[in-house]
Write a protein that binds this ligand. Structure first.
Ligand code: FES
Length: 124
């Protein structure tokens, strides 16, 4: 897979219309101390949600193909490793091999005038 574009807290990720086919896209979030973590953003109608690209089952990346994070019908986030699925707007697990109370780690974003932007601070 290719390396996702690097973004920093507070920066714009992309526009809603950039998320059509697939309706999701990966980024490498880089903090001031140089630490990096891969995230992805998913469009849900006129809004978007972002998560750390790490499945709570075995802490592996969810995708095998660039920017593809959803089921074929595009209604759920999918981990291709063991087939877990997650709700797009909350990240909560819907099916899969782990207990039902776990979820993807959410990354705060805002959507304004079609632009998806990271919150200024994404961690303490
Ligand atoms: S690593 Fe995601 S379902 Fe197992």
């Amino acid at each position: 897979m290719s390396t996702p574009p690097v973004v920093r807290p507070g920066e714009a990720l992309c526009r809603l219309e950039d998320l059509s086919d697939p309706p999701s896209k990966a980024f490498m979030l880089q903090f001031d101390d140089g630490e990096e973590i891969e995230i992805f953003v998913v469009r849900d109608g006129e809004t978007a949600f972002a998560y750390v690209n790490q499945c709570p089952h075995q802490l592996l990346p969810l995708n095998w193909k660039d920017d593809v994070f959803l089921t074929l019908d595009k209604t759920r986030i999918l981990c291709v490793m063991h087939g877990a699925t997650f709700r797009i707007n909350t990240g909560e697990v819907l099916s899969g091999p782990m207990p039902g109370d776990c979820a993807l780690m959410k990354v705060p974003v805002t959507v304004s005038n079609g632009e998806i932007r990271l919150a200024p601070r994404n961690r303490d």
